[in-house]
Unconditional design. Structure first.
Length: 156
């Protein structure tokens, strides 16, 4: 068993002895993110169902990444957090590792919200710009952009 950390910093255990399971996880994580980015709601919900069924921790970790990278809307961020907390509460109620209908619905609803939300990658694009400015200080266009960012306007 491999110990991993969930979204709240708590230790979880994941079995690493089934190679096919982990390959499937990688595929479903990719399908999930691409479907959300493209706004393909039904495909995104199907990917979330498969991913949460294979490994709920991986599903929620991916959903957390997607909401930050691809959506970035406050309502979506809050919805993901609320549904994750609800999922955790529902999972605690079960005696075995099987997920309840309601727990699976939390992941699927989260993915539906993300797929239908307006997409906004400006935070990542801004970080990429700052990284490019730092790496390529000799580039005139990037130097000009840096000066624009550093300029303090006179008007309030």
């Amino acid at each position: 068993m491999e110990k991993q950390i969930d979204l709240y910093g708590k230790t979880t255990e994941n079995s690493t002895d089934n190679r096919q399971k982990w390959e499937d996880l990688s595929i479903w994580k990719s399908v999930l993110q691409k479907a959300v980015r493209r706004g393909e709601t039904t495909r995104a919900m199907y990917a979330a169902y498969n991913l949460v069924s294979l490994n709920s921790w991986s599903c929620w970790k991916r959903l957390s990444v997607i909401v930050d990278e691809n959506v970035g809307q406050p309502e979506a961020i809050v919805a993901v957090d609320v549904l994750y907390r609800k999922f955790l509460a529902l999972k605690k109620e079960t005696k075995d590792n099987d997920l309840s209908w309601d727990a699976k619905r939390c992941a699927i609803c989260t993915d539906k919200i993300l797929a239908e939300a307006p997409k906004d990658r400006r935070a990542d694009e801004f970080l990429e710009l700052l990284e490019a400015i730092a790496k390529h200080s000799g580039n005139e266009a990037l130097r000009k952009k840096e000066q624009e960012l550093e300029a303090i306007p006179d008007e309030a």
